[in-house]
Ligand binder design. Structure first.
Ligand SMILES: Cc1cc2nc3c(=O)[nH]c(=O)nc-3n(C[C@H](O)[C@H](O)[C@H](O)COP(=O)(O)OP(=O)(O)OC[C@H]3O[C@@H](n4cnc5c(N)ncnc54)[C@H](O)[C@@H]3O)c2cc1C
Length: 450
């Protein structure tokens, strides 16, 4: 084992979670094999396994930081490849119909605007530059194979492009397949009960256009119009991406494809509760086509509530939790989960069964990574009466706190910074409950009442 935890780790899926997880695993296994069902292009290109990649993908500062820790130099490479540096909040129009626009203050925090295919291509380059990571593209994992003894994983069964198939033995299998189907099928094969599922049904539809940035562009670089519950679900994102382009996404409720043409999208932009995005795009050269996507529900599979997992398998990224994408948290959560995996691998070397210890440690701490983005996004969604899902007991109180927070952010730079750190997944949510922040939020509320 040459000081390592095992001979081979297999990662299912070369998406953001899979590529990040491979970097976390590489120091601890002799070989890390990423198995991806799509045939991957050498450059940034959209693909069938990630149909969401035609839509705006914001990478939060917390996700960028995690990827930089796993692959030092990632953000520089992304910038070199054409990503746009965006200062939070000095370059951002961040607006809500009911409360207004946030001030564009310099908080010393920046993100990168890029298409999802570029983010993935740069991450893939980082992964393949590591000598013991290999990406096998055009190979579908048809099953995680249990050992004859039962609840241990033996490896994965792979279907190759040639039509043949084989089994790859593995000490640890990371399921970063997006839906977690291989892990759930393993549970079924072992006759284990599947984990409990939390679901918040939103039934939103995405329409996205890619535009050349017009000459008379505004001074801000990125604009967000947030949904304003309980009555205004229409929201939008304008993201600068490589090649001097904007990705403009309008999100509404109902079936995808309702905004069929550029004129439909412009008309929807005009209906947004704040005008910045419509003003910016109304004279842009119309794109040839729009992309559409329907998203039914946020889902959290509570693997962490199970007494244990089959030994040798770990779901990660969307396989554990799929967030409503309008809040831009999925890639960053996957990256932060991969960083948690690395921390666990560091900790368990001296354990008698390090693989079982990694699984147990990761699952014990996964709520600490997933809970904050889950509750921030579902809380806004659940404020719409049409959203399906259980409202927590303190729901109305939390909603009132969110509104008071937003107002305090406008008035007070200290609260603004704290909110941005939490929303960008750089600081825990408990920061907003700390006495010095709470006092500032209350002071703004009291002044408004006076
Ligand atoms: C419309 C939309 C917009 C979004 N916008 C944002 C955003 O702004 N910001 C953000 O952070 N997130 C966003 N997301 C979420 C983000 O795309 C995901 O959270 C993120 O990609 C999760 O990464 P993952 O690695 O878990 O899964 P994915 O990136 O989906 O990767 C899964 C990979 O596994 C492969 N695969 C699946 N099954 C198999 C198999 N059996 N064998 C081999 N390979 C397999 C797939 O081909 C794919 O490559 C958005 C999602 C949607 C739907």
């Amino acid at each position: 084992m040459s000081g390592k935890l095992g001979r081979r780790a297999v990662v299912i899926g070369a998406g953001i979670g899979g590529l990040a997880a491979a970097g976390a695993l590489a120091p601890y296994f002799e070989q890390v094999d990423i198995v991806e069902r799509d045939v991957l292009a050498g450059s940034a290109a959209s693909r069938t396994g990630t149909p969401q990649d035609r839509h705006s993908h914001g990478l939060l500062a917390g996700g960028l930081k995690a990827l930089d820790e796993i692959y030092p130099g990632f953000s520089q490479q992304l910038t070199k490849a054409g990503a746009v540096a965006v200062g939070i909040a000095q370059d951002v129009r961040y607006e809500r119909g009911d409360v207004g626009a946030l001030p564009m203050r310099d908080l010393g925090i920046s993100i990168r605007g890029a298409t999802r295919p570029l983010i993935e291509a740069v991450l893939r380059n980082c992964a393949t530059a590591v000598s013991n990571i290999a990406v096998h593209s055009g190979c579908r994992v048809s099953a995680i194979v249990p050992s004859p003894r039962g609840a241990d994983v033996h490896g994965v069964h792979i279907e190759l492009r040639s039509g043949s198939s084989k089994t790859l033995e593995a000490d640890l299998v990371i399921d970063a397949s997006g839906r977690g189907a291989p892990t759930l099928m393993l549970f079924d094969a072992l006759s284990w009960a599947r984990p409990k599922l939390s679901e918040v049904g939103v039934d939103i539809s995405y329409a996205t256009a890619v535009l050349d940035i017009p000459d008379e562009a505004p001074t801000w670089k990125l604009a967000i119009t947030l949904p304003s519950p309980p009555t205004q679900p229409l929201n939008a994102l304008l993201l600068p991406v490589e090649g001097d382009r904007w990705m403009v996404t309008i999100i509404d409720y109902g079936a995808p494809g309702q905004l069929k043409t550029w004129e439909d999208l412009l008309a929807a932009a005009r209906r947004l509760p704040t005008p910045s995005i419509y003003q910016a795009i109304r004279h842009a050269t119309p794109p040839e086509s729009l992309s559409h996507y329907g998203f039914a529900a946020s889902m959290w599979r509570h693997f962490e509530q199970l007494p244990r997992l089959p030994r040798g398998v770990l779901p990660l990224g969307d396989s554990i939790c799929r967030f409503n994408p309008i809040y831009g948290q999925g890639m960053s959560s996957a990256a932060r989960q991969a960083r948690l995996l690395r921390e666990m691998l560091e900790r368990v070397a001296a354990e008698p069964d390090p693989i079982a210890a990694v699984q147990a440690g990761f699952m014990a701490e996964i709520p600490g990574v997933v809970e904050a983005p889950w509750s921030m996004s579902t809380r806004t969604d659940l404020a719409f009466p049409t959203t399906r899902g259980e409202r927590p007991e303190n729901f109305e109180q939390s909603r009132q706190f969110d509104i008071a927070l937003f107002r305090a952010v406008i008035a007070d730079p200290v609260v603004h910074r704290a909110m941005v750190e939490v929303a960008q997944l750089l600081a825990p949510r408990s920061l907003l409950q700390e006495p010095h922040i709470k006092a500032r939020i209350e002071a703004v509320a009291a002044k408004a009442m006076a």
